[in-house]
Ligand binder design. Structure first.
Ligand code: BG6
Length: 298
């Protein structure tokens, strides 16, 4: 595998001999691009995404931590911005480790590690969430897919609570013909209707704004099917029991300055693996790990 660091030290790109490729922006440790062996892009990135670190990236895989959505009142995260600080902080590239193929049949993978520590946070974020922590984000590219794992370490003397979510924007050919499976029969929080709903439908389909939070999902895989009903991408959760499904559709897309082109919602779906129901409590000195493996059927 080859690893290239951009001249301006803003991105790290890894490529496998078989053609798969991933690019990570140090701002937010945001995965910007994930390509299948044949070069097909699997993630959606807005043409208006701001990549200079002045705001979170619209597209790719922004990492949500330590709070999902607008922070609740009367919680330690109350003063943080929506979705926390991880996606708006500059991460450190910690290095790579790889397994080389011994033969054409054996696997070949590369892992890129990124770190964010409380000591490196902006003064503002540190003041809003004054805990001592270390985050390591490991992005592993293999023929099987793209694995993104988050390790949270409490390096302080008191417990803290967090939520975490991999806010993945997958690229799809046609949202009106895309379906999401693996959530059948589960109740969900409908952020559009502002209510909790049952879900009698066997699949999630898209014909308007969708913003749903599924929690405590028993099975570990949620799949995106393409227009022909064929499996396209599987999202396999690891130690994460929740999934957010989001598409902003026409009006919400119009309202986001960095969402370009405006009809780009036709070519994306967010299937976001996370732990966003209540809080994960981490005692002093403890470590937590969770993440996902996105497998492409291309
Ligand atoms: C989703 C939320 O995860 O993120 C939506 O469920 C939200 O409610 C969306 O609109 C995008 O958030 P942001 O902060 O990136 O505009």
């Amino acid at each position: 595998p080859t690893v290239t660091i951009a001249d301006d030290n803003s991105t790290v790109t890894a490529k496998l001999p078989s053609g798969e490729e991933v690019t990570v922006l140090l701002h937010g440790a945001t995965v910007l691009s994930w390509k299948a062996a044949g070069g097909q892009e699997l993630l959606w990135l807005s043409e208006g995404a701001v990549l200079d670190g002045s705001k979170p990236v619209r597209g790719g895989i922004p990492l949500v931590f330590p709070v999902f959505g607008p922070p609740p009142k009367n919680h330690a995260t109350s003063s943080l911005p929506q979705h926390g600080f991880a996606r708006s902080s500059r991460w450190e590239y910690l290095g790579k480790s790889s397994t080389e193929a011994q033969s054409t049949t054996s696997d070949n993978s590369i892992k890129l590690d990124f770190g964010l520590y409380s000591t490196a946070l902006s003064a503002e974020a540190r003041k809003a969430w004054p805990y001592d922590f270390g985050l390591v984000y490991s992005v592993t590219l293999s023929k099987e897919g793209l694995q993104t794992m988050v390790t949270v370490q409490n390096e302080g003397k008191e417990a803290f609570e967090f939520q975490v979510l991999l806010h993945t924007y997958f690229r799809v050919k046609d949202i009106s013909k895309t379906t999401v499976t693996g959530l059948a029969g589960l109740p969900f929080i409908d952020k559009v209707a502002n209510a909790t709903q049952g879900n009698p439908a066997p699949t999630v389909t898209f014909s308007g704004e969708v913003d749903r939070v599924y929690t405590n999902i028993p099975q570990s895989t949620t799949s995106i099917l393409d227009a022909d009903g064929k499996p396209y991408i599987d999202v396999v959760r690891d130690n994460l029991s929740d999934t957010v499904v989001w598409n902003p559709w026409t009006e919400k897309a119009k309202g986001m300055g960095d969402f370009q082109p405006k009809d780009g919602f036709k070519h994306m779906v967010c299937v976001e693996a996370g732990a966003v129901e209540g809080w994960t409590k981490l005692e002093a000195g403890e470590t937590w790990e969770g993440g996902m493996l996105a497998k492409s059927h291309l």
